[in-house]
Design a protein around this ligand. Structure first.
Ligand code: BTN
Length: 325
């Protein structure tokens, strides 16, 4: 039987992760394949966004060493006594789709992580650029009873968890842009996509997807339609991805339990403290309408409060977007 090509590519990636040169011969011997076959796998990895180059006579090398995700390491850093299942995949279409497609994994706190996504999704139908090993692609399942009302502001609470977890690992200059964006030095570092599964009675089955750029290859700039940042722009030494994942999973789990009990109560002030536009002039774009005013923060439902000339107005999610100015 032919060995799984994904498995071979993952083995190659593991070798290259040290950032040193590895010859086609050495990699071929390790995998029991020819140099030409190694070359083909390398092309496939490049197509997944791997930043690798080759020099005749020396072999292949990554532009930077890479910390690959490792289940044991993640577990060694976790603090929750009984962590729900974690699916760690090399390549997947989308971690959100994976959880959607596996109802048996729809247990509160169950999560999925991947090194690469081939069809990563962003908000409003956009694609999420998801090169291999260069970011975090994470989804967690949670169920909330109480109908839609019970999940107002959920993505803002998740944003607080992400920003505070990164801050605890030494990342400075983080802000949140209403409703779902994580910013670093005024550029987009990450985003949150919450998708709802089947409306059974009053239960919201939520798939909470989080994407955080860790070290994106420069050549991908052209594929991203807005100013972006990655963690390498915010710290001298990149945080260990496995430690970051463990912190995110634990903090998210605890925050979702809290949100389930008391909604935005413990998140509203923390969100406003991280608000990119707090106290600044903003423009609210709602279809063809535009409103200008001073950004005051959020209310208990997660709506953005803006002081217009006519008085304060609360803006709810959906098709509304906010700009400075
Ligand atoms: C956005 O800002 O547009 C939201 C981006 C969300 C991306 C994450 S990556 C993990 C999860 N899987 C997906 O397909 N999307 C989310």
């Amino acid at each position: 039987m032919k060995a799984d090509p994904q498995l071979k590519r993952h083995l190659i990636l593991k070798q290259l992760a040290d950032g040193k040169f590895h010859s086609g011969e050495e990699l071929g011997a390790l995998l029991g394949i020819s140099r030409a076959a190694v070359g083909k796998h390398m092309k496939a990895l490049e197509a997944l966004g791997l930043d690798v180059f080759s020099i005749t006579g020396r072999g292949y090398r990554l532009s930077h060493p890479m910390r690959l995700l490792d289940e044991q390491e993640i577990f060694s850093h976790r603090r929750l006594p009984q962590a729900p299942p974690l699916s760690l995949l090399a390549v997947v279409d989308s971690t959100n789709s994976f959880l959607k497609g596996h109802p048996q994994l729809q247990i509160k706190g169950a999560a999925c992580l991947a090194e690469a996504q081939t069809a990563g999704r962003g908000r409003q139908g956009r694609k999420w650029v998801s090169p291999i090993g260069a970011s975090l692609y994470l989804s967690m399942y949670w169920a909330f009873s109480g109908g839609f009302q019970a999940i107002g502001g959920l993505s803002l609470a998740v944003g607080v968890v992400v920003a505070e977890s990164l801050r605890d690992l030494g990342v400075r200059g983080l802000r949140l842009k209403w409703p779902n964006d994580i910013y670093l030095n005024e550029r987009k570092l990450g985003g949150i996509l919450i998708e709802l599964e089947g409306q059974a009675n009053d239960i919201n089955h939520c798939i909470i997807g989080i994407g955080i750029n860790v070290r994106l290859p420069e050549q991908l700039s052209k594929d991203i339609d807005q100013p972006w940042a990655d963690l390498s722009h915010g710290v001298r030494e990149l945080p260990d991805r496995n430690l970051l994942v463990a912190k995110l999973l634990d903090n998210l789990h605890l925050a979702l339990e809290d949100f389930e009990q008391t909604g935005m109560k413990s998140f509203s002030q923390r969100w406003s403290d991280l608000n990119l536009y707090q106290g600044k002039q903003v423009r609210m774009l709602c279809g063809t309408q535009e409103y200008k005013g001073l950004c005051l923060g959020i209310n208990r439902d997660g709506a953005l409060l803006v002081e217009l000339a006519s008085g304060p107005k609360a803006f709810y999610g959906g098709e509304v977007s906010v700009r400075q100015g």
